[in-house]
Write a protein that binds this ligand. Structure first.
Ligand SMILES: *[C@@H]1O[C@H](CO)[C@@H](O)[C@H](O)[C@H]1NC(C)=O
Ligand SMILES: *[C@@H]1O[C@H](CO)[C@@H](O)[C@H](O)[C@H]1NC(C)=O
Ligand SMILES: *[C@@H]1O[C@H](CO)[C@@H](O)[C@H](O)[C@H]1NC(C)=O
Ligand SMILES: *[C@@H]1O[C@H](CO)[C@@H](O)[C@H](O)[C@H]1NC(C)=O
Ligand SMILES: *[C@@H]1O[C@H](CO)[C@@H](O)[C@H](O)[C@H]1NC(C)=O
Ligand SMILES: *[C@@H]1O[C@H](CO)[C@@H](O)[C@H](O)[C@H]1NC(C)=O
Ligand SMILES: *[C@@H]1O[C@H](CO)[C@@H](O)[C@H](O)[C@H]1NC(C)=O
Ligand SMILES: *[C@@H]1O[C@H](CO)[C@@H](O)[C@H](O)[C@H]1NC(C)=O
Ligand SMILES: *[C@@H]1O[C@H](CO)[C@@H](O)[C@H](O)[C@H]1NC(C)=O
Ligand SMILES: CC(=O)N[C@H]1CO[C@H](CO)[C@@H](O)[C@@H]1O
Length: 881
């Protein structure tokens, strides 16, 4: 039997690996065989076929596979520097035998490990990360080194839990292939995007390969998708509480796979760059995220108007249709803020144009929207048409002159691919054959500094024609309708690397440009995953499909071309939760679904859920799905959801501010707030806004209840204020079509505002506070408010609210922004369980209040308090003893 032969070939002892979960795959490429495996001097031992073993590698590293050993070690100002070396190459071409290992003890909670070629400089990601040259004098982690074979072990000092241990498999470091592994502290992870997956990655009995290579493809499980975020949070489960978390980020932009196995362990397999690995010791999940964002940058503060409801559709087709949509939305008195157009409004899909025939009058329409306080966003694809007559299309002519296009390998000519430009909608849909012969495009190279001026010029010129308020960057993976280029790719090792991660299409050029194409900074091979380099401007609104670690500093994100199904709606929750961890906090999915036709039920449910996405846009291709096309009843339900969102925008805006200044996610999983409660580990059908608002959408068709979990705490139903009786259990909540379950957590004060038809019109409306008392009968909250549009956020107002012992204190700590009449009209206090006899506002009796003792809700109305006139204001309620 082959199995026996192979065991004999290598020595039985080296291959002796009783624990199948400890096998590290030595042949991650497809179709391993005994010959190929043994040629690598690895162990070949297929498992007897049972379903549970189907992913256990047959080819795995023997324990004494040749690897590096430490040659020298010296302390440095930042920590420690090792020289490691390996006497002989193994199976990869161009292995690098001499490596330098730098151990940076950057902060108390942040450790950085860099392993690089001792002799030759290699490509590194051009992300600006903190430069730390002095070692932190106290750390939450202990690092130890094994000399031979070289390995690194990192433990949490307080518990001894292992958070990194590379000794489990050999390090291989070749020019186009770097692999290393570490054990995980538990089989429970969050992160590793962009992938369509449940929120919790549970590798108990699971072998998993996740490819990373930005790709334009509808979101399908296990595929590489639009963005690349090699960051995860690992739960450290011990029998003790509190539960700790740590994080890990591989700063590497090359095509890679990340393998997970039930040992539990993680393996990185990347096709280039260097090992630049960060460990963050938390100890809470929130801490880990803050420590991660300290490295990659914090999210940008979006303009206030962009918190509203956005409406878009692929193929409005004519301006009359677009006008009809705007009119029926207005006739339905449906609140919304932003109208978008897709590529069909361009002339022949050319960037920075509009179709002056089919969309004749678009500039005036945009001006009229803006005069009503609405905003307009248009789309830009990165592909710039290269086939327009010379002198007729400045973006190409000017780009060519400035030499800002991505070039062919070993050439000064632009690489030419094919995207939308140059085709008209009719040709695309009706004459696909003709379409295939046109559409050639060049790709601007945003690593070329000249491209900034080029972009600013053409965008500025177009802005004079149509005063757009935001830019939608689609197709920037970059997407290409031909693999590689017009002429295919080269046969260099960049286009044919020795290891290809498990990317969709099986090759790196699939649906994008050739990896060998040249950018100013480096090859596309290295830069593909960061092809997007966004543009800064005046508090910009940019929506980008592609993303890399750090993109949240510039852009919002949506989850791509999903379908109109309940399953897609469910997956949108883990996606927005994960992108919050990745620092792209302003994120949403195409509400009601992008592809396929939606149904009234699905769209109603999705509008309710979408009202709690940070970024709320209804967008699709196919049948109209703007709220106004549905039945009157459905419209009312959707409107109620949007009004709920609009009334909460002061809270949302404050969350955005806190993301920007103090690295807080806008939305988060329950487990991050209730980590000692094991029941919350995998919950991804409910989520929290900030720390205070729990959303439990109904995600199942034709049902009128939702099975929801309430962690042990005080929860009040919103808007009624009724207290939840059952906590620490899953319970069925009433969830008919007209209801989305929203609960407010005791201990929090939520600033709200009376909504209007759009956020510009409602800016001067009165404010409302909801005070949700904790079990200690106290609560806190805050509010950030500025003009919503300036780049600098120096002129603003800031309030701290607190409620203790029956007194709500409003503390106006910053009051620089005076252009807005901020008036507090109404306060609703949840959890007032003693009869209220009097209410005293700023020392004076206030008679306008109502207390419902059975609901335990105290409503104080007709307040009319000028919020910035006095620093401290108080509202006190006297209860019967
Ligand atoms: C497969 O089954 C044979 C016979 O039952 C056994 O001897 C062998 O050890 C098994 N192999 C593995 C990898 O479990
Ligand atoms: C690697 O290091 C060894 C010992 O320091 C040295 O002799 C050798 O020349 C180096 N090899 C390369 C390729 O730099
Ligand atoms: C670390 O060093 C700094 C500067 O010398 C000092 O101010 C600080 O107290 C030290 N911290 C600890 C925990 O020793
Ligand atoms: C993780 O997966 C295992 C095996 O499938 C399962 O028994 C366990 O319940 C899962 N854990 C969670 C928190 O979902
Ligand atoms: C690059 O182009 C030059 C000039 O055409 C040619 O001599 C050279 O062989 C090319 N190099 C590669 C690696 O193709
Ligand atoms: C690339 O193709 C050319 C022509 O087919 C051939 O001569 C050359 O050897 C190939 N180079 C590589 C690296 O495979
Ligand atoms: C929901 O009910 C409607 C009407 O009875 C039916 O047409 C539809 O197929 C049901 N949907 C699902 C997912 O069961
Ligand atoms: C409420 O009071 C308790 C007990 O004093 C305290 O631990 C908690 O931090 C307070 N909560 C708020 C929101 O002020
Ligand atoms: C108001 O806030 C300021 C700044 O945070 C603080 O110093 C002050 O003590 C607060 N006053 C009250 C009454 O809470
Ligand atoms: C229209 C569209 O993009 N549909 C895609 C949605 O995702 C599925 C896989 O889940 C694809 O098969 C569809 O093509």
């Amino acid at each position: 039997m082959i199995v026996f032969l192979s065991i004999c070939f290598t020595s039985a002892q080296q291959c002796d690996q009783p624990e199948k979960n400890a096998r590290f795959n030595c042949h991650p490429e497809s179709s391993p065989s005994s010959e190929k495996c043994l040629a690598r001097r690895c162990c070949w031992q297929p498992m007897n076929s049972t379903l549970s073993d189907e992913n256990v590698p047959s080819c795995y590293y023997p324990r004494d596979f040749p690897t590096y050993r430490v040659i020298s070690s010296e302390p440095t100002s930042f920590g420690q520097r090792l020289i490691i070396m390996k006497p002989q190459s193994t199976y990869m071409p161009n292995e690098i035998l001499n490596l330098t290992v730098d151990l940076f003890y950057e902060t108390t909670q942040r450790f950085r490990l860099r392993i690089y070629d001792s002799t030759n400089k290699r490509y590194e990601v051009p992300l600006q990360v903190p430069v730390v040259q002095t070692k932190a004098n106290a750390t939450d982690y202990d690092v130890s080194i094994t000399q031979m074979p070289f390995a690194i072990l990192v433990k949490r000092r307080s518990t001894g839990v292992i958070i990194f241990d590379s000794s489990v498999s050999p390090l291989i470091y070749a020019d186009q292939f770097i692999r290393f592994s570490s054990v995980l502290s538990s089989p429970y992870l969050y992160g590793l995007g962009e992938h369509r997956q449940a929120l919790l990655i549970n590798v108990t009995n699971q072998w998993k390969t996740l490819p990373f290579w930005t790709r334009d493809t509808p979101p399908v499980e296990n595929n590489n998708l639009y963005g690349v975020h090699p960051f995860h949070i690992n739960v450290e489960r011990t029998n003790e509480t509190p539960v700790n978390f740590h994080g890990q980020f591989l700063l590497n932009s090359n095509a890679m796979d990340i393998d997970l196995q039930p040992l539990p362990a993680i393996t990185y397999l990347t096709t280039g760059g260097i090992i630049d690995l960060y460990l963050f010791t938390g100890p809470t999940a929130t801490d880990v995220i803050q420590q991660y964002w300290d490295v990659i940058g914090k999210p940008t503060l979006p303009p206030y108007w962009s918190l509203g409801f956005h409406l878009c559709r692929y193929d409005y087709h004519t301006i009359d249709n677009l006008r009809n949509v705007i009119k029926r939305m207005s006739d339905a008195q449906f609140p919304y803020d932003v109208q978008w157009t897709d590529i069909d409004a361009m002339s022949s899909h050319l960037d920075f144009t509009y179709d002056e025939v089919l969309f004749n009058g678009l500039p005036d329409l945009v001006r009229s929207l803006r005069s009503e306080g609405k905003h307009y966003v248009n789309i830009i694809d990165p592909g710039i048409s290269s086939t327009q007559p010379a002198g007729t299309y400045p973006p190409y002519d000017d780009g060519l002159r400035r030499e800002i296009f991505v070039k062919k390998f070993n050439s000064s000519d632009p690489i030419i691919g094919k995207v939308w430009p140059g085709t008209s909608y009719e040709i695309f849909t009706l004459l696909n054959a003709i379409f295939k012969s046109i559409g050639w495009t060049a790709f601007p190279d945003f690593t070329n500094e000249n491209s900034v001026e080029w972009w600013t010029n053409i965008a500025g010129t177009f802005h004079e024609t149509i005063p757009f308020d935001g830019i939608w960057l689609d197709m920037n993976e970059p997407s290409n309708f031909v693999d590689g280029s017009q002429q295919g790719c080269t046969n260099t090792t960049l286009d044919n690397p020795p290891f290809v991660p498990h990317v969709l299409g099986g090759k790196l050029s699939a649906s994008t440009v050739c990896p060998s194409a040249q950018h100013a900074l480096s090859s596309h091979y290295n830069l593909h995953n960061i092809a997007l380099k966004a543009i800064r401007g005046k508090r910009p609104f940019i929506l980008s499909r592609s993303s890399f670690a750090g993109s949240g500093q510039y852009t919002a994100h949506w989850t791509g071309d999903n379908k109109s199904t309940f399953k897609d709606m469910y997956f949108s929750i883990s996606a927005i939760l994960s992108f919050n961890m990745f620092g792209l906090t302003n994120v949403g999915a195409d509400i009601c679904g992008f592809g396929l036709d939606t149904t009234e039920e699905l769209c109603t449910r999705w509008m309710q859920l979408g009202a709690f996405y940070p970024f709320m846009r209804n967008h699709n291709a196919g049948k109209d799905q703007d709220p106004a096309v549905f039945s009157w009843t459905a419209q009312q339900i959707m409107k109620q959801a949007v009004l709920m969102r609009y009334s909460l925008t002061p809270f949302w805006y404050t969350l955005h501010y806190q993301a920007t200044v103090s690295s807080k996610t806008l939305i988060q999983p329950l487990h991050f707030e209730f980590s000692d409660d094991e029941n919350t580990l995998g919950i991804d059908q409910q989520f929290l806004l900030g720390r205070a608002i729990l959303v439990s959408p109904n995600l199942i068709s034709n049902t009128t209840t939702v099975n929801a979990y309430f962690p042990r705490d005080i929860w009040y139903q919103y808007p009624s204020g009724e207290k939840v009786e059952f906590v620490g259990v899953f319970a069925n909540l009433d969830a008919p079509l007209d209801k989305i379950n929203v609960h407010i957590r005791g201990g929090f004060i939520i600033p709200m505002q009376i909504p209007g038809d759009n956020l510009m019109l409602s800016r001067g409306n009165p404010f409302i506070l909801i005070v949700a008392l904790s079990s200690f009968k106290n609560a806190t909250g805050n509010l950030f408010w500025d003009d919503g549009d300036s780049i600098e956020t120096k002129i603003y107002n800031y309030f701290e609210f607190s409620s203790v012992e029956n007194t709500l204190t409003i503390n106006a700590t910053v009051t620089n922004y005076r252009d807005s009449p901020m008036r507090l009209e109404l306060v609703r206090i949840f959890g007032v369980n003693q009869s209220v006899t009097d209410v005293i506002v700023n020392g004076k009796e206030h008679i306008d209040f109502f207390h419902n003792i059975s609901d335990q809700v105290l409503v104080i109305y007709a307040l009319d308090l000028a919020m910035i006139e006095q620093t401290i204001q108080t509202i006190r309620w006297i209860t019967m003893k």
